[in-house]
Design a protein around this ligand. Structure first.
Ligand code: BMP
Length: 271
């Protein structure tokens, strides 16, 4: 299913303007790396937290600044930040402009349209005001997508078509359904969270669960290396969390991953 088209050629196929803006950033920075600002928690033997990371806004912003020059996207989980205020989003947007990356809030909307609309625009997070990209599960039907595209016209949408975790239910018919939904809402939806290309070059494919060493974690995450994900499975953007976040030198790790991911893309073009 992997198609032979370059990012330059895909530019004219992507209908959503955020998707095209992303491609332009990717080409300019030669980066198809997204960093996930994820938290990791280490418990001791009696289940007390020994160590936590990326749960303060200070840490989130410092990660954005460290990895910013290497990435096309910073993927956030705003609801794991313990001291979120509107000024955090303002500072994030500032860093995104400075380093030329897009902000992807990984909220995974999954409810009926009416609720999703409130979650996107309201609460204390006001996601629609600062996120360039948001994502949605398709479990509740197209109303979720309609709500997102109606109340955040400037946001691009990604649908979850496949997942990286063990035992997940996003397979076969479900994955096909995600593709159909995206094709129906092509002005708003420009890509998928998936394990690789699922067949249509008019969309971009974003793959989480990427780590150079492979392996997994104790809660079902399954890692694949960048080369397999991009050169063989045909994904476009690798999403890397702990592979970079847990490194003692995040700048260097981000640079290593950027090169590995871009080389894998170039390799795919040659084949
Ligand atoms: P890590 O590389 O540390 O495992 O982080 C993966 C990131 O991608 C996390 O933010 C997680 O929420 C997200 N993710 C995933 O791992 N698998 C999926 O199928 C979908 C995701 O959004």
């Amino acid at each position: 299913k992997v198609h032979p088209l370059s990012f330059e050629q895909r530019l004219s196929l992507i209908r959503n303007k955020v998707g095209r803006r992303l491609l332009e950033i990717m080409l300019k920075k030669q980066s198809n790396l997204a960093v996930a600002a994820v938290s990791f928690v280490i418990f001791n033997s009696i289940n007390l937290i020994l160590y936590e990371d990326v749960t303060t806004s200070e840490e989130l912003l410092s990660i954005a600044n460290e990895v910013g020059p290497q990435i096309c996207i910073l993927k956030t989980h705003m609801d794991i930040i313990q001291d979120w205020t509107e000024s955090v989003s303002e500072k994030l947007v500032h860093l995104a402009k400075l380093h030329h990356f897009l902000i992807f809030e990984d909220r995974k909307f999954a409810d009926i349209g009416n609720t999703v609309e409130l979650q996107l625009t309201g609460g204390i997070f006001h996601i629609a005001q600062w996120a360039d990209i948001v994502n949605a599960h398709i479990i509740a039907g197209p109303g979720t997508i309609q709500a997102l595209s109606r109340s955040a016209e400037h946001c691009g949408i990604l649908l979850l078509a496949q997942m990286s975790s063990k035992g997940n239910l996003a397979v076969q018919e479900y994955t096909q359904k995600a593709l159909e939904f995206a094709q129906q809402y092509e002005d708003a939806v420009f890509g998928f969270i998936s394990l690789g290309c699922i067949g249509d070059p008019n969309f971009l494919y974003f793959t989480p669960g990427v780590k150079l060493e492979g392996g997994g974690d104790s809660l079902g995450q399954q890692y694949t290396d960048p080369k397999t994900v991009i050169a063989i499975q045909g994904s476009d953007v690798a999403i890397v969390g702990r592979g970079i976040i847990q490194s003692s030198n995040r700048r260097e790790a981000a640079s290593t991953y950027r090169k590995a991911c871009w080389d894998a893309y170039l390799q795919r073009l040659e084949e």
